[in-house]
Ligand binder design. Structure first.
Ligand code: ZN
Length: 183
């Protein structure tokens, strides 16, 4: 992470936030204006559509793992993923932005997969799947979040491969997450 951004992150966490803090904060933002502008810039890489796969999720399999294995087997290095179906249980995640760590929510009952969206890209040179999910119970109430685990009852998926430059995840110091490296 760049020096200025590190200083900004440190300052943002400093307390108490009195008038002195505010003056120092403004000085810091002014000093690293250019660096900040660069960080706030929208970055992307261009891809074209590759192969399209439709398939069934393996019964009793682990949702994320099954899709990651599928992508590895078929050499899908980048793409979009969507799935619907049902799970026997799941573990969802909520990223605590202050603590920079995931809180885990264990859902120990059968749920519908109302929507499961995500992507595949590279991490440590291997296809890596990142999924978010919306689940619903017998009362129609939903639970949602980052998907850590999902034991499949049945399900159907769509994988849309995208062909282009390497899309690689790397550790991001600021957020504590592994984010796409877009140069
Ligand atoms: Zn996530």
């Amino acid at each position: 992470m760049r020096r200025g951004i590190r200083a900004i992150v440190r300052m943002r966490e400093a307390a108490p936030r009195g008038p002195r803090w505010m003056r120092a904060w403004k000085r810091l933002l002014w000093r690293y204006e250019e660096e900040l502008r660069e960080v706030r810039m929208v970055r992307a890489k261009e891809f074209r559509l590759g192969r399209t796969f439709l398939g069934r999720l393996p019964e009793e399999g682990e949702l994320g793992q099954a899709l990651a294995e599928f992508c590895r087997e078929h050499g899908v290095q980048a793409g979009w993923i969507s799935a619907i179906g049902t799970v026997r249980r799941a573990v969802l995640g909520y990223f605590d932005q202050q603590a920079r760590t995931y809180l885990r929510l264990e859902v120990e009952k059968p749920m519908e997969i109302v929507s499961c969206q995500g992507n595949v890209s590279l991490k440590d040179g291997q296809p890596f799947v990142h999924l978010h999910i919306v689940l619903s119970g017998s009362d129609g109430q939903t639970l949602a979040g980052h998907l850590f685990e999902g034991t499949v009852f049945v399900g159907e998926f769509w994988v849309q491969e995208m062909i282009g430059p390497a899309l690689e995840r790397r550790p991001d110091e600021g957020s504590g997450l592994a984010l796409w490296d877009l140069g």
